[in-house]
Write a protein that binds this ligand. Structure first.
Ligand code: UDX
Ligand code: ADP
Length: 490
């Protein structure tokens, strides 16, 4: 396919593709076409940049991949045996490629200057100040990277937006690049990441689709082809979708909004189930069998967390308001409102069940990450649950298999603030539960399914309560042991 496309591509990118891209790895090098390895740089060594680049390096040993970050500790961790991101299967991928064609460095400018393709994978948190506070994405990190690229790009590059960004961010990057005299001509592409944490390696290995948006000009098409050829090494071509820039940018927000909407929908129904004695898992199973609805993302929970859902839905809400569509904004805002309500509802149920007071009672919170198989705590429901219980003067003891104690305390109490003495962190689930008046399961870690609940029950004051915020335990068995056990939507 590339062979058909490339000869029609005029200008610098066509030549670049022919000499340096996919063909370089398939056509033996000779004196006319010397083999020049393609160089990829990724700015931002976080949950997205690190795993994604590690997978590209594994699948394309002929491409040199350098991941850069300003955060020296993070880069040192990527170069060590204890990676900064916990993700099943990631260690193996990094071990295979690191030092061969995968490098982690703090030399941001040097790596950008050398690269043919620059992925931008920096954080885009929700703005906490000024216009759009609490809704719009904070683009300061994106702008800073764009300025760095503009300073050092003396050869043409393809710049790839990987971070989730508001629609039309590509034009901001283009404008910044154009404002610097001497910057080489660069193409900006949007290539949103759809991996989910905890399953990132499987998602990267076999993505449902790879989306690449670019300008519909010959140069834009050539840049799209170059990036497609990178993914084309392991992703079937029919799964690589190309669109214009704005469709690609918007699709990322819309995909996350639809997924979040499903969770808020089932969580809203979970409250109705509790009122009517229906069982939300049975309802989810029944509706999910309808092929038009499908079974995924119908697991009622204590509320969704993670770095994307809330941020992206809020971003969508902001965009709708900005473009004069208040009805659409209100519609999507409902997804967030239900999620906030569900988190509060869980903590309130604990207080109500414990005879309307948890003051000085020990509550064991099992799980702190926003989902299992990750050490990421961003927007985790556990943060809200802990804060609500502390406000009620409970003594909260948290256990999570992967999140460090200082992270838990900083997330709940704030950074640089003296920690709340009522909050502590246990080294095991058993330690957390010993002497607890109630257990709250907040993350669905597999180990919580197989704990010795008889032993735990024996060590708790009675009546002993258990609130399963993830519906992973067998409530009937727990009740048979003696627990006053409650799930979500049951
Ligand atoms: C999400 C998107 O799935 C991914 O495509 C995008 O690239 C980034 O955002 P992630 O946030 O890593 O990925 O995890 P995801 O599996 O989507 O879970 C998000 C939250 O929803 C978690 O807190 C999870 O526990 C919760 N969830 C998920 C539910 O409560 N119920 C479900 O049925 C599914
Ligand atoms: P994500 O989940 O999107 O990967 P993270 O917060 O885990 O987000 O990672 C983003 C990374 O980007 C952080 O490690 C941060 O230090 C890095 N970063 C932010 N701005 C810059 C910049 N201008 N140059 C280099 N790295 C940056």
């Amino acid at each position: 396919m590339l062979r058909n496309v490339l000869p029609r591509v005029p200008g610098w990118l066509g030549k670049y593709c022919l000499e340096k891209s996919h063909l370089a790895s398939t056509v033996p090098s000779d004196s006319h076409h010397p083999f020049i390895p393609m160089k990829i740089c990724c700015v931002g060594a976080g949950y997205v940049g690190g795993p994604t680049m590690s997978m590209i390096a594994r699948k394309a040993p002929d491409i040199q991949v350098t991941v850069v970050d300003l955060n020296e500790r993070r880069i040192a961790a990527w170069n060590s045996d204890v990676l900064p991101v916990y993700e099943p299967g990631l260690d193996e991928v990094v071990r295979e490629a690191r030092g061969r064609n995968l490098f982690f460095s703090t030399d941001v400018k040097g790596a950008i200057a050398e690269a043919d393709i620059v992925f931008v994978s920096v954080n885009t948190p929700t703005k906490t100040y000024g216009v759009g506070a609490g809704r719009a994405a904070d683009l300061r990190y994106i702008e800073s990277v764009a300025r760095t690229i503009a300073e050092v790009a003396k050869t043409p590059k393809i710049i790839v937006e990987k971070s989730t960004i508001p629609v039309r961010t590509a034009s901001t990057i283009q404008e910044i690049l154009a404002a610097y005299p001497g910057t080489a001509k660069c193409q900006v592409l949007s290539n949103p990441e759809f991996l989910a944490e905890g399953t990132a390696i499987a998602d990267l290995e076999k993505p449902d689709r790879v989306l690449i948006g670019g300008e519909r000009t010959p140069e834009g098409e050539a840049a799209i082809e170059t990036l497609a050829s990178v993914y084309g090494r392991w992703v079937p071509r029919e799964r690589i979708i190309t669109t214009n820039l704005w469709s690609s940018e918007l699709s990322k927000l819309v995909a996350n909004a639809f997924l979040a909407q499903r969770i808020s929908s089932i969580n809203a129904i979970s409250a109705l189930c509790e009122a009517t004695e229906a069982d939300v898992d049975e309802v989810a199973n029944a509706i999910g069998k309808d092929s038009r609805i499908g079974p995924k993302f119908l697991k009622a929970s204590v509320g969704f967390g993670g770095s994307c859902f809330q941020k992206d839905v809020l971003n969508l809400v902001y965009l709708c308001e900005h473009f004069g569509l208040p009805e659409v904004a209100t519609y999507w805002e409902g997804v967030i409102k239900i999620n906030d309500w569900q988190k509060r509802r869980f903590a309130a149920k604990i207080v109500r069940s414990l005879f309307n007071t948890v003051a000085d009672k020990r509550i064991a919170v099992l799980g702190f990450a926003f989902k299992k198989d990750t050490n990421d705590t961003r927007e985790s429901a556990a943060i809200n649950v802990c804060r609500d219980l502390l406000t009620e003067h409970a003594n909260v003891v948290v256990y999570d298999p992967k999140v460090p104690a200082d992270e838990i305390i900083a997330d709940v109490c704030g950074r640089g603030v003296s920690p709340n003495p009522r909050l502590s962190v246990a080294k095991t689930a058993y330690e957390a539960c010993a002497g607890a008046h109630a257990i709250a399961i907040v993350t669905e870690w597999d180990e919580f399914k197989t704990l010795d609940y008889e032993k735990i029950y024996a060590g708790m004051p009675k009546p002993a309560f258990l609130f399963d915020g993830r519906n992973i335990t067998d409530l009937a068995k727990l009740r048979a042991i003696g627990f006053r056990a409650r799930g979500i939507g049951k």
